[in-house]
Design a protein around this ligand. Structure first.
Ligand SMILES: [Ca+2]
Length: 169
């Protein structure tokens, strides 16, 4: 399911192939902002997401999105996964977003396009990250992640809090 691009009307039934195509198109769009059209920087990605309104400076999503992206980029660089350190080529970019969405979709248990509190709790319980204080932890992370307080975690909210969800800090 693709929750990234605005205007996807049937996200639930979007196939993996369509997802890859969509991320390639997204790369090409962002590459238009880059000095080197074959490589895009985290800053290019943040700028594009801001320009289409997926993240915003005033509510902190821009800051948190950029921070999560920087953490991933640093980890990829440490493992030598980026051909040009600090930048994403098309394959690397598509793989990254594809895997991130796949991970998000795992939490979206009932495939509704958004993660509810029940989804989130169930996913953590199903995973090896579950422990005695899961209920408490789930409420804590959920409350922080659900930034706009609409009762569900959308993909951008999820991405912003991935370091906490993955226990990176
Ligand atoms: Ca929300």
């Amino acid at each position: 399911m693709i929750v990234f691009m605005l205007g996807t009307d049937d996200p639930v039934h979007t196939s993996e192939k369509d997802a890859i195509t969509e991320f390639r198109v997204l790369f090409d769009t962002i590459a238009g902002l880059s000095m080197d059209p074959l490589h895009i920087s985290p800053q290019n990605i943040v700028e594009h997401f801001c320009s289409v309104g997926l993240i915003r400076a005033h509510d902190g999503t821009q800051h948190d999105f950029a921070r999560t992206l920087a953490k991933f980029t640093k980890k990829f660089d440490a493992k030598g996964k980026l051909m040009r350190p600090g930048f994403y080529n098309e394959e690397e970019f598509v793989k990254f977003w594809f895997n991130t969405h796949k991970f998000y979709n795992k939490y979206d248990v009932n495939n509704s396009g958004a993660i509810t509190r029940a989804d989130f709790l169930q996913s953590l319980k199903d995973s090896d990250r579950s422990d005695a204080d899961t209920d408490e932890k789930v409420s804590e992370i959920f409350n922080i992640a659900d930034r706009n307080r609409d009762g569900v975690i959308d993909f951008i909210e999820f991405f912003c809090r991935l370091p906490q969800i993955l226990n990176w800090n």
